[in-house]
Design a protein around this ligand. Structure first.
Ligand SMILES: [Zn+2]
Length: 318
């Protein structure tokens, strides 16, 4: 009986505590609701109209940062050197250098004559050539020989303010009829590279014409090999020496002039040819390409030339 009374009292106590707990929970729930209700206006997104524009005061925060823009692959800039910078670098490497245009010509035929010989690629018509001569005279260029240019770069002679070298390869016969009269009238210098075994041939200058042209002191004679064969490294030093030395000797004997400059047949140059030219006492050798580039005292056997063709000289920045 005593035990039953104890259980009853315990149940009453439990019920009391349960009620107290329930009241507390309800109170907390009402309190939480009130707090939530009071906070609500501050959470809302509010807007205000300024000068007709709707402005968000607390815009929705961006959860993810805006995607960073994919960097555009910009090409690595290739440093473009100015002519002054090119000259500075070459001066440091090859001694005294200077931008001197060296023009390369071959035939001076009319279009019909050039077509008949299949020489259109190597031809500049007499009319165009004369207009080019008038152009460089008007622009104040002064023609010099190739040997004079190298002498000037070495500091042995004063070079004109605007030097220009005019060269003709292969010594074709029309040079006597087209080039030579114009040289005398306009008083300009030119260099002719002679294929020594071809002179006196049907399409080439005769030795007497060459001598006469040289006697004007307006013509520099250069070598262009014995018979216009490629001076390849593979052909060996003896072959190269024969092509350079023998042609030089023949020209010296037949023209009465000392040949000091050379043009590589087909423009093919190599270390052996340069060594032979140095041993033969040549002061300069020209290539068939290279365009408008500095000519250097320390690089006398790789001189660039401008293949001018029928284009205007102004196209080459001259
Ligand atoms: Zn040639």
């Amino acid at each position: 009986m005593k035990f039953l009374l104890f259980l009853k009292k315990g149940f009453e106590n439990f019920f009391q505590w349960f009620l107290i707990l329930l009241v507390i929970v309800l109170f907390l729930a009402v309190l939480a609701y009130l707090i939530a209700a009071l906070n609500l206006p501050f959470r809302e997104e509010t807007t205000v109209v300024t000068k007709g524009n709707l402005v968000r005061l607390n815009p929705t925060p961006t959860i993810f940062p805006p995607a960073s823009p994919v960097p555009t692959q910009t090409p690595t800039p290739v440093p473009t050197l100015t002519p002054k910078e090119i000259l500075k670098r070459m001066n440091e490497k090859y001694g005294q250098c200077r931008f001197v245009p060296i023009l390369m010509y071959h035939h001076l035929l009319t279009n019909d004559e050039a077509k008949a010989k299949g020489a259109q690629n190597l031809n500049v018509t007499p009319e165009v050539f004369e207009s080019q001569v008038n152009y460089f005279i008007n622009k104040g260029y002064q023609t010099i020989f190739l040997d004079e240019l190298m002498d000037g770069l070495k500091g042995n002679r004063q070079l004109p303010a605007k030097p220009l070298v005019i060269t003709f390869d292969d010594s074709y016969k029309e040079l006597y009829y087209v080039l030579f009269p114009l040289m005398k009238i306009k008083n300009f210098k030119a260099t002719v590279f002679v294929i020594s075994q071809f002179l006196d041939g049907e399409n080439y200058l005769s030795w007497s014409q060459l001598k006469e042209m040289a006697s004007s002191n307006l013509l520099e004679i250069g070598g262009h090999g014995l018979n216009h064969l490629v001076l390849s490294e593979k052909s060996g030093k003896e072959f190269i020496r024969n092509q350079i030395d023998s042609s030089q000797k023949i020209i010296n004997e037949r023209s009465g002039r000392t040949v000091k400059v050379f043009a590589y047949p087909y423009g093919a140059y190599n270390a052996t040819a340069e060594k032979v030219l140095r041993e033969a006492g040549c002061t300069a050798a020209v290539r068939s390409s290279g365009g408008v580039n500095p000519v250097c005292a320390g690089l006398p056997y790789e001189i660039p030339r401008i293949r001018i063709g029928n284009a205007a000289l102004s196209n080459f920045g001259l």
